[in-house]
Structures are given as structure tokens and as C-alpha cells.
Design a protein around this ligand. Sequence first.
Ligand code: NAD
Length: 434
Amino acid sequence: MRVAMIGTGYVGLVSGACFADFGHVVTCVDKDASKIERLKQGEIPIFEPGLDQLVATNVREERLFFTTEAADAIKDADAVFIAVGTPSRRGDGHADLSYVYAAAEEIADLMDGFTVVVTKSTVPVGTGDEIEEIIKKRRPDAQFAVVSNPEFLREGAAINDFKRPDRVVVGTDDERARHVMSELYRPLNLNETPLVFTGRRTSELIKYAANAFLALKITFINEIADICEKVGADVNQVARGIGLDNRIGSKFLHAGPGYGGSCFPKDTLALVRTAADYGAPIRLVETTVEVNNARKKAMAEKIAAAMGGDLQGKTVGLLGLTFKPNTDDMRDSPSLDIVPALQAKGATVQAFDPEGMHEAEKMLSGVVFKDGPYEAITGADAMVIVTEWDQFRALDLDRVRLLLRSPTLVDLRNVYRPDDMRARGFNYTSIGRV
Ligand code: NAD
């Protein structure tokens, strides 16, 4: 099959490379000329484990191509995927669909023969109908079907998630489109991956419902963590105790500083807006959004309290800036709330992140970026773990104590154990454990 991927960001690049690895011929298109140029030079613009090799292999095998020119890619394609961004619209939190609609217009003008137009971007219910209208209006003669195929991959584990997904959701009522989608995902038959065919609107909603549910689950355990701190219980043990119940499941029960990233914040907000527009307000998710926003802001207070309250003239050594490990993505990361709030209280922030510092430099000001974890905490009044990168899990704690001006450790990811840390002489604060 021939595939055109419109948008070569996180999702477009990973999906494109994986489809190529399945044996399809994929052309990844992006408007960003410098991104395409880098990809052509063999450089990967994002950090995602294993992606460099996957791209290199498929480029070498001539199944994966990169271009800024959509024309040929779309003309020859059996399926054209829309994988452009759908950020929060400024002001109201609705998904900004301008990139999606611009891509739809472009596809309409360029497609040739029966073409399946697939929305991989996360889009609100009804967007597929809108795309269909746009194409029909510009090309009344066109033979096409618009399909919803939301993506569930996680950054940091994106290739595995794409190649071994729990399920693939395909929203279409069109038989020809169904056939094309089945062919595209046929290699997954080997692992017996369920291909869930639904109506298009249902498929669009599945994506938002999934993200909202996961965001809610995280927020739930975060609030349980707050209770734990008050009553002297241990949130990790509570999470294990409830997570072993199959009806609940153990995933997404890690208490922390609040969810961030490129999806949950914007998708929960967009679902809230859609629900309100349709007169079916989704109060649980509204509350989730509020609680999570407040939580991210409250983390600076927690750090200040652990440091004695007054941060004037103090230095914080901060480990981890990205919203989770194994990605360089800084979008809506808790660090974007925590760092400015610490600075506003008069602290100097020294920070290290294994992959996120080049992105962080664009989004944070006044931070002293360091070359490693030990450099970041040297002379600091406290060490704060914001992101649980593997390399922060087994630090030389004797060295940490010597380098810190005072042995205060705030562990927002529960990487270390309170009793152990206390025995080592640290003033240790974590989440939901006393
Ligand atoms: P991104 O910002 O990393 O990439 C989007 C790319 O699209 C950019 O490179 C941009 O230059 C390009 N683009 C925009 N308009 C274009 C056009 N008309 N033609 C060609 N290129 C164009 O975004 P992303 O993180 O890959 O997310 C894309 C979509 O996938 C979003 O809707 C997101 O919600 C969804 N999604 C993301 C993830 C994730 O983990 N990042 C997971 C699942 C779903």
C-alpha cells in the first residue's frame, strides 16, 4: 500500500516509520522545511528510543521518504493520513482544528482516484464530517472516504505501542475504506491485535474518552496521595493494593506532581468543551482538569515548605524537566509550573534533564542548565526530582549529601524510600508517604 502522512511530528514520524516497517511505501510530508531537511540527512528531530534505527532502515530499504511537497505523495496514495497538531485554541480550550482543515483542503486539491483520508490527529466528534464536507465542496468529483483512526501511542514507548497496540480503532462505514485499513494493519494480525471497527463519531470519541479516563485515574491517585499524607498512609501501597484488583488495574496509579504532556491537558479540556457544547457536561473531567492544574501549581509550595518556607536567596537543584522520562517533549510539563513559581519565591534553579534541555531552554527563563545530575545539585539547598529518568533512580546518595548545602530531598516521583532516606540523614519529602 502507498501511504502519505501529512504532518511529520511525533505521531506522523513514528506512524510513518512503523507503517514503512510493515512493508508499505510511506511518504512523510511536513511544512517545516528544516525538519524535513534534517530527516533527509538522517537526523531525528525528536528523542524517541529506537526511532533513529527504524527510520534509517526503512529509508535505506526505500520504503520511507520525506518531503515538503505534498503533491506526489497524495496523488499516488491509497491512504492519506492527517497527523498534524490539534493544540488547545487560545482562550476557550477547544481543539484548534485549523491545521487539520488546511490539510484536508490540500488533500482535496491533490488526490487522484479512490483515496482513504484518515484522521490520526486527535479531533473532536464531528471533525470527520467536517473534513468530508470540505473535500466534497472543493472536489465534487472526488472518490474518497474519511476515516477516523486515533492514535494511542505513548511517547517514550511509541514504537512498541504502535507495533504492539492493545487495539486499533477504525471509525468508518465505508466498505472500501475498511478493506484499505485492514490491509494497512494486516501485519498486526500476527499478534492477534483487535481491530475495532466503529462508526466515525464513536471512534473520535473513543480517543477522548480513553485519555480523559487515564487523566482521571492519575488525578484520583494524586488525591488519594494527599489523604495519605494527612492520615499517615502510604500511597504506593494503596496503589498496589487497589491495582491488583483486575477491575481497577495497576497502570496509571503512580502518584506525582500532576499529569502533563502533549495530550492529556489539551484533550481533557477539549472533551469538556465538546460535552458542554452538546449540553452533556462531563463534570468528572471538568473537576479532573481543575484539580490537576491546582496540583501542578501546589508543587512549588510543597518544595518551599520542605526547604523551610523562605526561598529568598536559596538554590534548588532540579532533576528532570520533561513531562515524563524517555522523551524530550516539554509540552505542559509540570516543570513549567514549578520552575517559575520557585523563581518567583526568590530561588535560583539549577537543572538537568538528559534529553529535554534544548526544548526547556526555549520555554523557561533564568534557569542555570547543568551537564549532569550531580552538577545540578552542587551547592543547592535542596534536590528536587521532577521526572523519574532512570539515571536518577540510583544516584550515589553519599555524593548527593556531600554536594548539597543542606540534605533536603523532594522526590515528586517517589523514586526513593522514606525510611531509607531518613536513615541516610536526608530531610526527605515525597508524594503520599510520610
Ligand atoms: P507535532 O506538533 O509533533 O507535529 C505536527 C506536525 O505537523 C508539525 O511538524 C507541523 O509542522 C506539521 N504540519 C502542520 N500542518 C501541516 C500541513 N498542512 N502539512 C504538512 N505538515 C503540517 O504533533 P504530534 O505530537 O505528532 O501530534 C499530532 C496529533 O496526534 C495531535 O492531534 C495529537 O493530539 C495526536 N496524538 C499525539 C500523541 C503524542 O504522544 N504526541 C499521541 C496520540 C495522539
